[in-house]
Write a protein that binds this ligand. Sequence first.
Ligand code: NAD
Length: 484
Amino acid sequence: MSTVSYPDVQLFIDGVWREGHGHDGAAHQPIVNPATEEEIGTLAHASRADLDAALLAAEKGFATWRHVPAHERYKLMRKAAEILRERAEDIARIMTMEQGKPLPESRMETLAAADIIDWFAEEARRLYGRLIPARGAGVQQIVHKEPVGVVAAFTPWNFPINQAVRKISAALAAGCSIILKGPEETPASCAALVKAYEDAGLPKGVVNLVFGVPAEISQYLIPHPIVKKVTFTGSTAVGKQLAALAGAHMKRVTMELGGHAPAVVFEDADVDLAVKLLSGAKFRNAGQVCVSPTRFLVHEDIYSRFVDGFTEAVGQVKVGNGLEDGVRMGPLANSRRVDAMEALTADALSKGATLHAGGARIGNKGYFFQPTVLTDLAADSRILNEEPFGPIVPIMPFTSTEAVIEEANRLPYGLAAYAYTTSSARADEFARRVESGMISINHHGLALPEVPFGGIKDSGYGSEGGIEAMEAYVNTKFVTQLGV
Ligand code: NAD
């Protein structure tokens, strides 16, 4: 077992780890362990001059990296993946200390990141153009795929490595360079990912990592002429602001935003399977997952059975410090989430909801909140309309397929949707009619490297998985030439 201690975190600009000059006199911020509320380290903040240095480094890095042959990019990326695997135990411990999730989840995230790097490394070798048969004799029509250039990426605290690795790796595979503004609250594991790339031999300036005041950094980087592509993961509200700014400067954009996934259990479902898988999925990362199942919609014929089974399963979720053995759910990542859970629960109860489990903060140290189950919810309860991003489960009955599909599509979100049914016709109908970027039926099979990952409607646009992810980092250039 790893005994690594938590590091202070610096900026990585032009191949050098260094302090930042900060903003308004603040060059550092404390990093807090959400399980203990202790300060475990400090984080360097970038100044405008530091961002300028990162921009110039990325411009220079792009000029180098775009000419590195795909096979060399592939080999270097595979090496970074191996380094990440070798360091997974240490990195997982650091991630749990800063983010709170149980150690096995941190380990899984780190190892999954290595798989994501491998996938994009392979895609680097398959970034094909094409030859289009011409109408005229002697004409050659060629489609080239060229890297878009310097990328500005913004990633959040819920998956400190996973959110970053998709952006960095797709950009590198395509031949782009990148400036990543990592998550200020969980920076060390994200920095460890960048370090793996550095130690694999990535040329200077190709990946740059900065931290600071998020709005200051995005306002500066997005309009900057050196930046050609913007990619953001976070809330819909912030995503809309950044997409508007990018639009004003005609920058390419990928937005991976919030969700409010319906989880529908039809009357013909395997109820035990639905209870087992949904209770497992809901409390992963304490519900702070954009594709977390959120609105539980259960057919009235099996409603009581499901609610009883689910409440019993929730009672078995051991909550505690993620470093301890057997803990299934850690603290929430920050105090804002605890406040949000308290407010959502109070709102639901004030409108007549019934509490089956949880409903309160645990203790007075650490950002712990009980796994919570609510029924009898009023339609205007905030939990049914806003992304909870936490361990609260609202369960509602439904009577007809028509009504449940309407409810599934009611909100402006469209990221993930889940269904449990033994009828393949019903599964097909659900998949066809539910407005969502991703649909998973009778299991939870999202987010593998080789499958598309992204939303529609207010959940954003663009994909961060599968072959679609590469498209976000390339320009299509068409060349037609008549041989003379
Ligand atoms: P938030 O909306 O302020 O921040 C979300 C993320 O966006 C953070 O990483 C933050 O650093 C970044 N951010 C905020 N303002 C920014 C700006 N102007 N420019 C660039 N980046 C900016 O709030 P929060 O309290 O951190 O999280 C609250 C909500 O965000 C959650 O309830 C959830 O809905 C959403 N969220 C979604 C994801 C996801 O995976 N899609 C991840 C984290 C948070």
